[in-house]
Design a protein. Structure first.
Length: 360
């Protein structure tokens, strides 16, 4: 589902998060996809706060550093937006063609978007016949604040990068998940409606301070939500428990996790579980007959040792960490296989964005 995008062409995927820049460029080859270039560059703390760019110079410099490291073959990019700036809703609309819907989408959006229509970018995707009303179709309606998109476009342009596609984080995640063995995809052309045998997966990307959740029934989006919680909360718990600076706590989390006091880890998991339960309860309120069967984890927090086992035990739902490699080939002469395997789960977002370059 490519949103706010211009004509498809080769482009890199750039995930701009509160902790850093993750840049991925891939090629489409006969056997699937191949990694062409990669860079992971940290950002200063508070350069981006709750998806709002605070220090544009720091972000632009990090983008320039990423370009220098990766040396991609293009300066075109796909980026993602999420959080409070984005509204995503599935709404029933009288059956119409895509062309017909384009002429009335602003009217439909005005009924569901709590912002002035002139202040947002709009897009939509027809999902198919509504399961509840055969005379209607389900349409995914997306609105994003113009000022947010323009802020991101500005820092990209300052680094010599052109935003060819602005996607939603939850949809980019859905795109990359399709590459993995853990998430099978139903042929959308078959218009499969949910039944008692439906496959229900929750894609959960846990970053530094934001969780992106996308629940899919038979591969079709049924529920999306972003929540502000993540690895930063664990760092703060380590900081308090060990009486050290934030930077030292972050370093301890990444380099000496076994030395972290279990009480700090427990408090983090209590908070994380609470946030996930809240979202899953919202989902269940409208889809009680289709309980989530599997949690598919990604993002920086998915690198925490044993996180899948912890969440599986606490939530009673099977959980696994998504790994894009070796589904994506990578030359052993250019990339270290162990390094790719280690950081792969936190590259799911930029990989999903990079795949937009091959949308037909």
């Amino acid at each position: 589902m490519a949103l706010f995008s211009s004509k498809s062409e080769g482009m890199m995927g750039i995930d701009i998060s509160s902790t850093g820049i993750k840049l991925v460029e891939i090629d489409k080859v006969r056997s699937g996809y191949e990694l062409k270039s990669l860079a992971v560059v940290p950002l200063p703390r508070d350069a981006i706060v709750e998806n709002t760019i605070i220090d544009s110079m720091a972000v632009s410099q990090a983008l320039l550093d990423a370009i220098e490291v990766a040396r991609p073959s293009t300066r075109n990019a796909a980026i993602a937006v999420s959080g409070n700036a984005v509204i995503i809703k599935t709404v029933p609309i009288a059956t119409a063609t895509e062309f017909e819907l384009e002429t009335q989408i602003e009217y439909e959006a005005d009924q569901h978007v709590p912002y002035d229509i002139d202040d947002v970018y709009l897009d939509f995707q027809i999902q198919g016949e509504s399961a509840e009303d055969p005379g209607s179709m389900d349409v995914v309606l997306v609105a994003c604040k113009r000022e947010v998109v323009e802020d991101y476009q500005l820092v990209l342009s300052e680094a010599g990068i052109t935003a060819k596609c602005v996607d939603c984080a939850v949809f980019a995640l859905e795109n990359s998940a399709e590459l993995t063995d853990e998430h099978s995809v139903i042929d959308t052309a078959a218009q499969v409606l949910p039944d008692e045998d439906a496959e229900v997966h929750a894609l959960i990307n846990i970053g530094a301070n934001l969780i992106n959740i996308n629940v899919l029934i038979n591969g079709q989006m049924a529920f999306v939500r972003d929540q502000f919680y993540g690895g930063q909360n664990l760092t703060e718990e380590i900081q308090k428990e060990h009486g050290i600076s934030y930077q030292a706590a972050e370093q301890m989390k990444l380099e000496n996790f076994s030395g972290v006091n279990p009480e700090a880890i427990e408090r983090f998991y209590v908070g994380l579980t609470s946030e996930l339960v809240r979202s899953l309860d919202f989902y269940s309120a409208n889809h009680a007959e289709f309980p989530v069967q599997k949690l598919l984890l990604s993002g920086g927090c998915s690198l925490i040792p044993g996180i899948a086992t912890e969440l599986e035990q606490r939530l009673g739902i099977e959980a696994t960490v998504l790994r894009p490699f070796p589904s994506i080939q990578a030359s052993s002469r250019k990339f270290d296989a162990d390094y790719l395997d280690k950081i792969g789960p936190m590259l799911m977002m930029p990989i999903g964005l990079a795949m937009r370059g091959f949308d037909s």
